[in-house]
Design a protein around this ligand. Sequence first.
Ligand code: NAP
Length: 301
Amino acid sequence: MYDVLILGAGPAGLGAAIYAARAGLSLAVIDQSPISGGQVLNTYEVDNYLGLMGETGGGLSDKFRAHADKLGTEFITDEVKSVEDLGDKKVVRGYERDYEARALILATGAAHSKLGIPGEDRLSGMGVSYCATCDGAFFKNRITAVVGGGDVAVEDALFLSNICKKVYLIHRRDSLRAVKSLQERLFAKENVEILWDSEVTEIIGENAVEKITVYNKKKQQQTEVEINGIFIAVGIVPNTGLFENLVETDERGYIKAGEDCATSCRGIYAAGDIRLKPMRQIITAVADGANAVNSIQSEFE
Ligand code: NAP
């Protein structure tokens, strides 16, 4: 039986791992992917992680993983089927085998939200993408659209503007949610056109994306825009489906836990993007990992 099992090897899980290892706790990190990093792997450039300005998402993930490896962290590649609370013992049932621990840190992160419009699922992988850094290179000198107004949408549009002939950023309101520094960089791009107050209502194409219909809410006007690819960046949904009967969540599925990361179930902690909190960043995820371990140490005392 481990002292701590950490589910998820993104920044929250890896942050927890280095704190748990340094605290002398026995631990393992379980992730369905052998490559650590979570959503950071889909980020081209990370410009707001203290001390590592301009680092790539892949580079930062490698550094996080190397740090945990150096401290002797055990990594297990397995997909979790269910989690059970047996009081002083928590059981994690994986497809490979079962694991037991005195405490759990849930750090399974979040996944991309969908628009839920006609053509989105059918053309997924055929011009519809949720990851510009993964798929952007397929659209060299072509025309793409990014949907959304948050940090991810603006980062994606910036990334694509260096590859594509033209990029449309389509946002449902008249101002962006993204941090000002990203907005300024975006507004300076000559090949980016922003379609404000607009919603994509359909993605059209036979075997690949050919065009989209866009509805301008202010003008109450529908137009067709010819594009070759569309990148959807309309937020995230927490990967908490496995834990909904175990710990309290809000209506969107985020786990209710304060800064100490303690959930409604004793011995189970939530860290990173799955936790109900105002700011989801790499640095706040790492901080959650540290706080969760600190809470576990207090619980074990
Ligand atoms: P986000 O900040 O929640 O933004 C989602 C965007 O999509 C919003 O602009 C939202 O519009 C729009 N949207 C939501 N549902 C929509 C729909 N059905 N149709 C059209 N548009 C829709 O999500 P995110 O950009 O994926 O970022 C997720 C988290 O990661 C955030 O906390 C973000 O700060 C963080 N992050 C930080 C960095 C960084 O610091 N460099 C980088 C990446 C991500 P409204 O604005 O109208 O709500």
